[in-house]
Design a protein. Structure first.
Lengths: 247, 240
């Protein structure tokens, strides 16, 4: 589904990713762990196409397409979902309006007719229930006044509604209490653990991986993947720290 | 005024004088007097040229004016309001300019008797090499104690080549007065635009959504809120 080959990327002319290779197949869940400053968030933003994240070498193929040639909204329409570590507040635009616009833009991209208001509300209600989020909250402006945990749950509701092929979730577990962590974890499983979907979890900690069991764990350090293993690698990291693994 | 103004005249400083010359001489302002205790509401959609309204609110009268200011070349709305005792005035304005257009809203609000209130909220959007200006004057006469006047002026620049001017002016001769004014000129939040794009919304549509949210407050509570909002949305889409 996603093949990243020799990816180099810079932010403000500073090289961050330095030859990253990663292949994710349909049906797989991958976790990328690594110390602060390793380039984890840069990987997410670069794949999402955020302005200012410049690819200087390498390629990323997503479902047969050159991902890096697409604009951010085209990447989303192609089936990529980028979960934000810090979801952005958009005053004055309600979650429901935002999501309906987003879904219908993506449908338009695939020559599908827009969902009617009633169809959309039904879908939103179903996904909100999955994440135990009150529909009233979705009537409020995007992320405005939401707590850290509510923002992350709202992101998972977005993911449920947009139904991507590949989700790259950047520290979805940060800022979550134990209950919210479990709810988000279960949300990820129920939305994304399917044979035709894949997930890349970017995280610092083992705790999210207790709920969303990865097939592969990668350690990212200094812009490259320096080690790959199974779920046991995350436990090893939790005990020995990154220094032990990098050595 | 008989002679064409020059740039030295404060009120015409940001005007498109070449366009103005073609419109000169301007017709007199439409004068409206609202009787004591009565209500007056007006929604104005200016699609070009100079529009002038002079409103006198007698004691306890309430006036609400909502304007949408757009033009191919030059659009100017002048509103002059005189408030008597306990009168109340609300102005909600939106102006949208692109290309080489010039849009401006010029207000003079005179509190000449005590305890009158006025609120002005204007939101401008300027792209291309356009200019959007707001000149707002609040005058409080001697003895007009208990006056409460506010001005909120914000502008969003879509391009670095666009220009927004905000000039609030207070002239106060009474002692017990509350006059607040705030202005801010900025650009659309790049993080917000990327967030919308990352969910699949096309860039022009993402801008339109954020701009709609930016201007929405100016038409809050307007009698013709839906009409004004729809007209503003159509103008916004055309502008992007």
């Amino acid at each position: 589904m996603l093949q990243i080959t020799n990816l180099h990327a810079s932010v403000a002319d500073k090289p961050i990713l330095k030859g990253l290779n990663l292949t994710i197949n349909a049906g797989e869940i991958h976790a990328i762990m690594g110390p602060n400053g390793a380039g984890k968030s840069t990987l997410g933003y670069t794949l999402g196409g955020r302005p200012g994240y410049e690819v200087t070498d390498g390629s990323a193929n997503f479902d047969g397409q050159d991902l890096l040639a697409l604009d951010p909204h085209e990447r989303a329409a192609a089936g990529l979902f980028l979960g934000f570590q810090y979801p952005v507040e958009i005053p004055g635009v309600s979650n429901l309006q935002f999501l309906r616009e987003a879904l219908n833009s993506q449908r338009k991209f695939h020559d599908l007719p827009p969902l009617s208001g009633a169809e959309f509300i039904k879908l939103a209600r179903e996904k909100a229930a999955l994440l135990k989020m009150d529909m009233e909250m979705l009537k409020r402006p995007v992320n405005v006044g939401f707590s850290g945990g509510e923002k992350k749950r709202a992101e998972m509701v977005q993911m449920g509604i947009l139904n991507p092929k590949l989700a790259i979730l950047d520290e979805t577990d940060s800022g979550l209490d134990i209950d919210a962590l479990r709810i988000c974890g279960e949300g990820i499983n129920s939305i994304m653990r399917k044979p035709d979907k894949a997930v890349l979890l970017i995280t610092h900690y083992q705790r999210l991986l207790d709920y969303v069991k990865p097939d592969f764990v990668h350690v990212l350090a200094a812009g490259r993947i320096i080690r790959t293993g199974g779920p046991e690698l995350a436990l090893e990291l939790e005990e020995g720290g990154y220094e032990g693994v990098a050595a | 005024m008989t002679a064409l103004p020059t740039r030295k005249a404060e009120d015409w400083r940001y005007a498109d004088l070449a366009a103005l010359e073609k419109l000169w001489p301007l017709p007199d302002a439409e004068a409206v007097t609202v009787a004591a205790g009565d209500n007056f509401a007006r929604a104005i959609i200016n699609k070009g040229g100079v529009l002038r309204l002079s409103l006198t609110l007698e004691a306890g009268a309430r006036g609400a004016v909502h304007v949408l200011n757009t033009a191919d070349t030059y659009a100017r709305i002048e509103i002059e309001v005189t408030l008597k005792e306990g009168a109340d005035f609300t102005l909600g304005g939106v102006q949208l300019a692109s290309g080489e257009q010039t849009a401006e809203i010029v207000t003079t609000v005179r509190h000449i008797e005590p305890n009158a209130t006025s609120r002005q909220m204007i939101r401008s959007v300027a792209g291309g090499t356009s200019t959007a200006s707001v000149l707002g004057k609040v005058y409080v006469a001697k003895g007009a104690d208990g006056t409460d006047g506010s001005q909120s002026v914000r502008a969003m620049l879509l391009d670095r080549t666009a220009q927004a001017n905000a000039r609030p002016e207070l002239e106060i001769y009474a002692d017990d007065v509350k006059c607040a004014h705030g202005c801010a000129i900025g650009e659309l939040d790049a993080n917000g635009l990327f967030y919308l794009a990352a969910r699949g919304i096309e860039p022009a549509r993402a801008k339109a959504l954020m701009l709609q949210a930016f201007i929405a407050a100016a038409f809050d509570g307007a009698g013709e809120e839906d009409n004004l909002t729809a007209a503003a949305q159509a103008a916004l889409e055309a502008l992007l």
